[in-house]
Design a protein around this ligand. Structure first.
Ligand SMILES: [Zn+2]
Length: 300
């Protein structure tokens, strides 16, 4: 009985500690998983449900060129139980070792395993924060998240990683995964339908972040960037001539890149500049939106 009273008093004290006062800190007990970019956060959240807290390292709108994790992010990373890599983007290469050193118990999963990669001589200066890292990954196109088909491989990896981390919730994760897969398959079919009867196939984009998208739907991506750098005068002239032949009337640009070269070419062609954001969080809606914009540009 005395034990019970003491226990009750303990509970009352605990409740009062956590329930009154403005500066009571709410203790978060859910384990934290870190991912690199927002579209990954969307996928991991959909499968993890309420079991984990998912955080993305690259803030919305931040430039992959200049991005470095903040001291607060690094502190938080030290309490994460897992990190899901997208695979081949430069800042992962530049930071992964330091992140892992700061948190030796954190499990690192690579969600790109099994993906059908595009190997291209497409350098990726802007994703890397140190130039010496640029050439290590020359060849593998890292933008695997803008493919509805390749994303299906990735969400299976995500599901397997989550089951590995929390086997008791295996059924919950698998159910969530199955639901998400339906969304991905639907998105893929919808986009496929959009390009079915479109004759023109080539669209122009500042940074070639949509290669997997182009491959999935039989399109051709004409990048304004030349080997990962701002285009030179000669390349610009060639591009303008090619674009005139192809009847290009839209230039797509991502918000992380300078608009001036795109605007200069647009002026030459009498074309317009349209912004898209392949790094947006809301993946299904954004994929459909980007597809609609590209489709529109091919029939105008
Ligand atoms: Zn890129």
């Amino acid at each position: 009985m005395r034990m019970l009273i003491r226990f009750t008093i303990f509970i009352v004290i605990m409740i009062s500690m956590f329930s009154c006062g403005d500066n009571v800190k709410v203790v978060n007990t859910k384990p934290i998983i870190y991912v690199s970019i927002a579209p990954q956060k969307y996928m991991v959240e959909k499968i993890a449900g309420d079991v984990f807290i998912v955080k993305d390292l690259l803030p919305s709108g931040a430039s992959p060129a200049t991005f470095e994790p903040s001291p607060m992010q690094l502190r938080e990373l030290s309490s994460a139980i897992a990190y899901f890599r997208i695979g081949h983007i430069g800042f992962e290469k530049a930071w992964m070792e330091r992140i892992q050193n700061a948190n030796q118990t954190m499990q690192v999963f690579d969600q790109s395993q099994g993906v059908d990669f595009i190997e291209a001589d497409h350098s990726h200066d802007h994703h890397s924060h140190e130039h010496k890292h640029d050439h290590n990954h020359f060849g593998t196109d890292p933008h695997i998240w803008v493919s509805a088909s390749q994303m299906q491989v990735q969400i299976e990896n995500i599901k397997n990683a989550l089951v590995n981390l929390m086997p008791d919730s295996a059924k919950y994760f698998t159910d969530n995964y199955e639901k998400l897969k339906v969304v991905l398959v639907d998105t893929d079919k919808k986009i496929m339908g959009m390009f079915h009867n479109v004759e023109r196939k080539t669209y122009m984009i500042y940074h070639p972040a949509m290669s997997y998208f182009a491959r999935d739907y039989g399109l051709e991506q004409l990048p304004l960037e030349y080997e990962g750098k701002e285009p030179s005068g000669k390349y610009m002239i060639d591009l303008i001539n090619k674009s005139k032949k192809l009847g290009i009337k839209t230039i797509f640009i991502q918000k992380q890149f300078p608009e001036d070269k795109a605007k200069a070419i647009a002026k030459e062609l009498g074309a317009k500049v349209v912004k898209i954001d392949p790094l947006a969080y809301q993946w299904p809606d954004n994929m459909i939106y980007m597809a609609e914009q590209i489709q529109k540009s091919l029939v105008e």
